[in-house]
Ligand binder design. Structure first.
Ligand SMILES: Cc1cc2nc3c(=O)[nH]c(=O)nc-3n(C[C@H](O)[C@H](O)[C@H](O)COP(=O)(O)OP(=O)(O)OC[C@H]3O[C@@H](n4cnc5c(N)ncnc54)[C@H](O)[C@@H]3O)c2cc1C
Length: 488
């Protein structure tokens, strides 16, 4: 990188999302001089309030929100590229990983230090710092009330969601950035704290490579600055939290664990079902959702409403017959949209890095297809119990379903390539596990063989938790930093 400007730092943090922000704040609190490099822009609550949804999608999301994971079916994967990372566009849900899950991961990974006593204590800290609340129904959210009543009538388990919001105004725009500043994204919580403790955040800086001596010592990073010029940051310690796709991409571009990094990206898939009710549900009124059905969580399946916005509804109906779309839009006050989240076993992989960008492919399995069919049938039962008279399944070419028998027939006929899934939860692309168990990082988040390079984001989770992951990611990041501080 000839002609690159040189900057000297103490600790570098790459990426300012769920993992990177925790690292920045905790390291700064321990007196370290921290510089955070973030590819995306800094966006204020006022900017979010003033922007139209399409503008926010382009500005806040990587690839405008539609990174393709190729395969059968193709998966639209969404993640942010902004100061605060994907927490700026997420729903603010915060769930604690169960002791059973952490025990399973400990057995799987060969590392016993991230069990409930440790992770639970960090989760309690995160919950307190972000001000977690239980989101009750309140005004609106008729779709959530119907879902909760249906679950109760079937004897199924459901819960109000736990969210990190302070005074949610029910503006229903979580996924394009909270316009009221209620959602406690990293941009409004850990990052301002980190700055108050002396950390410096540099937006618009894309890290291209991690510089290292080939013998396990990181020297810093090579980056492109906001003006497009190369910059080289030298550092004593480097924390990488570029997200579940960005982190393995960076490792591969830097010649670090090129074969193992990004080989197995675990995913939760979302299947979207539009339901028509005989009475108006006004699903645009209310916050994101206020009931999650957890009856099938042991299978990795959760069902919840998804906040209806005019644009989201339009996108959900876009592939359908024009006459059908016109009729549905005329009845839009009667429509709700519901998400079935499925933890699949098949994983995606970075099959190449082309011009700096990853090419992603997945290998969903027959068992995943069966689980998606089962998950959809349970969703259909729930929605008919909620009073829905018509369901549009997550296949644009499928006809509307008017009974459980129709849903069973749809499930019998649907082929793997017919599903139209999206994913907003990627994890475990550089898992924390012993090398002989396929691990990329050790129990301090260091790529095996490295001394002063740590990963601390979704990529290090040993697997897919089956719950919204940010609470688990932040708790892991806390422990990775705590272990680093103990040892230095
Ligand atoms: C619409 C949506 C809703 C969601 N809802 C929830 C929810 O309610 N609850 C929940 O728990 N989870 C939710 N998630 C998922 C959750 O937000 C993510 O799992 C989490 O933010 C991942 O944390 P991370 O630190 O690994 O990565 P991110 O938060 O994605 O942060 C990575 C950061 O690194 C930056 N970066 C990447 N590459 C580079 C580079 N080369 N140089 C410099 N910077 C770089 C990125 O721009 C980004 O800002 C949602 C996600 C989406 C998309």
């Amino acid at each position: 990188m000839s002609g690159a400007a040189d900057v000297d730092c103490d600790v570098l943090v790459v990426g300012s999302g769920a993992g990177g922000s925790v690292a920045a704040r905790e390291l700064a609190a321990a007196g370290r001089e921290v510089t955070v490099l973030e590819e995306g822009p800094r966006v204020s609550t006022e900017d979010l309030a003033a922007a139209a949804p399409a503008e926010s999608m382009r500005r806040l999301y990587r690839n405008g929100g539609a990174t393709a994971i190729l395969g059968t079916p193709p998966i639209a994967y969404g993640e942010a590229c902004v100061v605060g990372g994907t927490t700026v566009v997420n729903g603010g849900l915060l769930w604690q990983p169960s002791a059973a899950l952490l025990d399973r991961w400990a057995t799987l990974s060969g590392y016993g230090g991230y069990r409930d006593d440790v992770v639970g204590a960090h989760f309690a800290r995160v919950r307190k710092r972000l001000g977690m609340i239980v989101q009750e129904h309140g005004d609106g959210n008729a779709d959530s009330r119907l879902l909760a009543q249906a679950a109760a009538s079937l004897g199924w388990r459901w819960q109000h969601p736990q969210r990190v919001v302070r005074g949610c105004r029910h503006r229903n725009q979580c996924a394009t950035g909270c316009p009221s500043g209620a959602k406690q994204s990293m941009a409004l919580s850990y990052l301002p704290d980190a700055e108050a403790l002396g950390a410096v955040i540099e937006p618009g800086v894309r890290v291209e490579r991690i510089l290292h001596d080939g013998g396990g010592t990181a020297l810093g990073v090579a980056a492109t600055g906001p003006d497009g010029r190369p910059v080289r940051y030298r550092a004593r310690t480097v924390f990488v939290a570029a997200g579940p796709v960005g982190t393995p991409t960076l490792l591969r571009r830097s010649g670090i664990h090129r074969r193992a990094a990004g080989r197995r990206l675990a995913l939760h898939l979302n299947l979207r079902t539009v339901a028509r009710f005989p009475r108006a549900v006004d699903a645009t009124r209310g916050t994101m959702f206020t009931a999650q059905v957890q009856e099938h969580s042991a299978l990795g399946v959760l069902v919840m409403p998804s906040n209806v916005t005019p644009g989201g509804l339009g996108a959900a109906l876009a592939g359908r017959d024009p006459g059908q779309v016109a009729a549905l839009l005329a009845a839009r006050a009667h429509l709700g949209m519901f998400t079935t989240q499925v933890r699949v076993q098949g994983t995606a992989r970075i099959s190449a890095v082309l011009g700096g960008s990853p090419l992603l492919r997945h290998g969903l399995t027959g068992a995943d297809h069966d689980l998606m069919r089962l998950a959809f049938r349970r969703t259909a039962r729930l929605l008919f119990a909620a009073g829905a008279v018509e369901l549009l399944p997550p296949t644009s070419s499928a006809p509307p379903l008017r009974s459980e028998a129709d849903a069973a027939e749809y499930c019998a006929r649907v082929r793997p390539g017919d599903w139209e899934p999206v994913s907003v939860h990627g994890m475990a692309s550089c898992p924390m596990a012993l090398p002989e168990r396929g691990g990329v990082v050790d129990d301090r988040g260091r790529p095996h063989g490295f001394t002063n390079l740590h990963l601390c984001d979704a990529s290090v989770l040993p697997g897919a938790p089956g719950i919204s992951p940010q609470g688990t990611i932040m708790s892991y990041a806390h422990e990775i930093v705590a272990r680093h501080l103990e040892s230095t």
